[in-house]
Design a binder for this molecule. Structure first.
Ligand SMILES: CC(C)(COP(=O)(O)OP(=O)(O)OC[C@H]1O[C@@H](n2cnc3c(N)ncnc32)[C@H](O)[C@@H]1OP(=O)(O)O)[C@@H](O)C(=O)NCCC(=O)NCCS
Length: 364
């Protein structure tokens, strides 16, 4: 590279998009053939609404060789809500944010600073479009933090699969057709809460990605594609709801043919509406316990190795501990899926931003 050259970040053409996906296939395919790996993204794009801009692939090239892809990444637009000071007053509002994924430099181009340059250019570009963007780092906490994506608490609990001996009482299993209404109810409740909340004195912003139906559908479309390839079956059961209707969870299964130990059931979203019922705390914990048991049973039926749930509430921790008969461990991740957020609003990197409901549904 000469001193005269400069780097260019641009959207990939359809051919370049395919080229980049063929390039990172071996890193992330999890046992799929290259055609299946590329087919998965096409399947999702064809089946899930591209509200909030859908997926874009970004490539770094140089003025010297404008057609040579030095490295690449993808962004996905997601609905989010933010509470922060805007135009001199606190405002809660819906916004589009972006999740960055598939950051990849081909082997032969590595350690030339390309990914760093690409992320810097992308950050500037996204800063013009959204107040915050995020990524899930599999490189630990430093690489992206140095570039402005602050690591946020990234923790989860794990439960083993279990055949349920006694059916969890009154729990109703959820199918896809049940989800649009439940997602709307969840999102409405989050938005109302944000409209009623004031920022704590030392907090500059609260943000939350919204678990809208199409966000959840993205995960299920992926799950169904992979399940069909690996088992020829499509999972119908997508979650469970408690007898009171005040608590429910939505899950998906991750199929991996290369390493069966990576077959996991993820609870994408655990909803716990305080609601207007007069149940005592113990009954609420028992309802969550029943939901977790339903997830354990699904994991068992589908040959998954564990049930995982990100950012468990105190009540979820109590319920999981009750199932295990001992305190469940809340695992703080140090290397993979580190939830990292870049704030582009007032105070920039010095802002104290709370990432609310940091559950798996926002991941991509
Ligand atoms: C991570 C990756 C994108 C970096 O690309 P790059 O163009 O070489 O990046 P840069 O030259 O800007 O920076 C290199 C730095 O990345 C960091 N890095 C690279 N791989 C890393 C890893 N596995 N864990 C932690 N840090 C890592 C190191 O700090 C490295 O600096 P060093 O060489 O002095 O140790 C590239 O190694 C890659 O494509 N890896 C496989 C896919 C992947 O893991 N993507 C990230 C998903 S979150």
């Amino acid at each position: 590279m000469t001193g005269d050259s400069h780097y260019i970040l641009r959207e990939a053409t359809p051919d370049e998009l395919e080229q980049t996906r063929r390039g990172h296939f071996s890193s992330w395919a999890g046992g799929l053939s290259v055609e299946q790996y590329i087919g998965r993204e096409i399947h999702i794009a064809n089946n899930v609404s591209a509200e909030h801009g859908g997926v874009k692939c970004w490539i770094l090239t140089s003025s010297v060789e404008p057609c040579r892809v030095l490295c690449s990444c993808e962004t996905m637009g997601k609905p989010a809500f933010v509470l922060s000071v805007k135009d001199g007053k606190e405002q809660a509002r819906e916004v589009t944010s972006y999740i960055i994924g598939s950051v990849f430099t081909p082997e032969q181009n590595r350690r030339n600073g390309y990914a760093s340059i690409m992320l810097d250019l992308l950050a500037r570009r996204l800063a013009m479009e959204c107040e915050f963007d995020a990524l899930y780092s599999d490189l630990g906490k430093k690489f992206y933090a140095d570039k402005g994506w602050k690591p946020h608490p990234s923790n989860h609990i794990s439960l083993p699969p279990a055949a349920s001996i006694v059916k969890p009482s009154g729990v109703k299993l959820l199918e896809d057709r049940d989800l649009p209404l439940l997602c709307n109810r969840d999102v409405d409740s989050i938005q109302s809460r944000y409209h009623e909340t004031r920022l704590q004195p030392n907090v500059d912003a609260c943000i939350v990605y919204l678990p809208k139906y199409h966000v959840i559908r993205w995960h299920h479309s992926r799950e169904e594609y992979l399940s069909k390839i690996t088992s020829g079956k499509i999972p119908i059961i997508k979650g469970a709801i408690s007898p009171s209707g005040e608590r429910w969870c939505i899950w998906n299964r991750n199929f991996n043919t290369l390493d069966p130990s990576l077959k996991k059931l993820w609870i994408l979203r655990m909803v716990d509406m305080e609601g207007d019922n007069d149940m005592v705390e113990e009954e609420k914990v028992d309802e969550i316990m029943a939901l977790l048991e339903a997830a354990q049973e699904q994991a068992w039926l589908w040959g998954m190795t564990e049930v995982l749930l990100w950012s468990p509430s105190k009540r979820v921790v109590k319920a999981a501990s009750k199932i295990l008969g001992k305190q469940v461990e809340v695992v703080e991740r140090e290397m993979d899926s580190i939830c990292s957020l870049r704030w582009n609003g007032d105070k920039g990197q010095d802002a104290n931003v709370i990432w609310d409901l940091n559950e798996k549904f926002a991941w991509c």
